[in-house]
Design a protein around this ligand. Structure first.
Ligand code: SF4
Length: 388
């Protein structure tokens, strides 16, 4: 049996093709799947030879489209895909056919649940998302989608639990309560559950979430210490690579370095606190972070269906919210060279959001590096090394 669900704002997205200010046909590694390779093999004559020449192979075996000036060779002057224009969809890698749809199948063997959301690293998706700063939900649909990710686990009760946990979090996010306190409670609960999972004990009942005591007088609204967040921002990337692949994020990094790079941890924390205080008075901005936290939870919660890494399913969304706040703050700074972005005012906020998403979310390797940095400071009492 199979059920398909899509996020409520899904149908509002439409690719803007040639008008896209940050097309996914540039600066991205486009992976080539087996189906696409077989389709290329079936092409006759010199064209097959030419298509094969454009497929590279990395040392780890991953096949990808060789780019020309960091641009897909099938990208036309009009900003469209030649395969699509010529109706050769089978020659398009699956990732190109599906993106920016995120199609995740949760497979228990007897039952398959397919969840379809949209990827905020697409600037048009980010724009649509920013028009929906309210509670989101999944709706059942008869639409068919190509599946990109499959998580298999023959434990249907864990799937039920994840759905209930996510529903509960989604309710709480929109309560009239401080978002930072809500996130702290979720983190504490997930940490307790993870400890039990590691030692093969039962997960805590969801009801106990309401009774968890968090330290309301804690020094910081941030769960992940600023020192660690700084380490992630400064040391996770090759800045030269970012400059080529994600120019908007590169400008954010440079501004961050220029404006806050010489601050002591305390001084930076103070500036951040002032920003957080201002956003606590700004309902629209606060709703943006609530909606973004829910978006991240929607995605990351199901990611742990096969790994049981429940803590990561809560920890990463919290980190992403922290990072978005920090880079929003950076983008508001006078030192941020945003002339180009500001020319089109309605794309400024989506471009910032899409660039931060591109920087942090799209690599398991990067997630592992982030986790290593966090673990040394925050998770010393829990062994999670094999769970990501
Ligand atoms: S980034 Fe989004 S809007 Fe832009 S070309 Fe790709 S799918 Fe279309």
């Amino acid at each position: 049996m199979k059920d398909v669900y899509k996020i409520n704002w899904f149908d509002e997205f439409e690719c803007i093709g040639g008008n896209c200010p940050s097309t996914c046909c540039k600066n991205w590694i486009i992976t080539v799947d087996d189906e696409c390779l077989s389709a290329i093999d079936k092409v006759s004559g010199w064209k097959r030879f030419a298509l094969k020449l454009l497929v590279g192979k990395r040392e780890d075996g991953l096949r990808y489209i060789r780019q020309c000036n960091r641009t897909c060779p099938f990208f036309t002057r009009d900003g469209l895909c030649r395969h699509q224009l010529q109706d050769n969809m089978d020659l398009m890698p699956k990732i190109c056919r599906v993106f920016p749809r995120r199609v995740m199948m949760l497979d228990t063997g007897e039952y398959k649940r397919v969840e379809v959301t949209l990827d905020l690293s697409c600037v048009e998706v980010a724009r649509v998302f920013l028009n929906h700063l309210e509670k989101s939900y999944f709706i059942k649909t008869d639409d068919e989608f190509e599946t990109l990710w499959v998580r298999k686990n023959t434990d249907p009760s864990f799937l039920e639990y994840l759905i209930s946990f996510r529903d509960k979090i989604s309710e709480e996010i929109w309560r009239e309560e401080d978002l930072f306190s809500i996130m702290k409670r979720h983190f504490l609960y997930a940490k307790l559950c993870q400890k039990n999972l590691v030692s093969n004990k039962n997960i805590y009942d969801l009801d106990c979430l309401d009774n968890l005591d968090i330290d309301e007088k804690a020094d910081s609204d941030f769960i992940i210490p600023i020192k660690v967040i700084n380490d992630i921002i400064f040391n996770l990337f090759s800045w030269d690579e970012v400059k080529k692949k994600n120019p908007v994020f590169y400008r954010l990094l440079k501004t961050y370095e220029k404006v806050y790079g010489n601050d002591s941890e305390k001084a930076f924390q103070k500036k951040l606190e002032a920003y957080i205080l201002s956003l606590k008075r700004n309902d629209k901005l606060l709703n943006k972070y609530r909606a973004y936290y829910q978006y991240c939870i929607n995605l990351d919660m199901m990611d742990c269906f096969d790994s049981y890494y429940l803590l990561g399913a809560v920890l990463f969304p919290i980190l992403y919210v922290d990072l978005l706040m920090i880079f929003d703050m950076v983008s508001e700074n006078d030192g941020f060279n945003s002339k180009l972005l500001k020319q089109k005012e309605n794309t400024f906020e989506p471009m910032i959001l899409a660039s931060v998403e591109r920087a942090f979310r799209h690599s398991d390797k990067r997630k592992k590096e982030i986790l290593n940095k966090i673990r040394a400071n925050l998770l010393t009492d829990i062994i999670v090394s094999d769970m990501l």
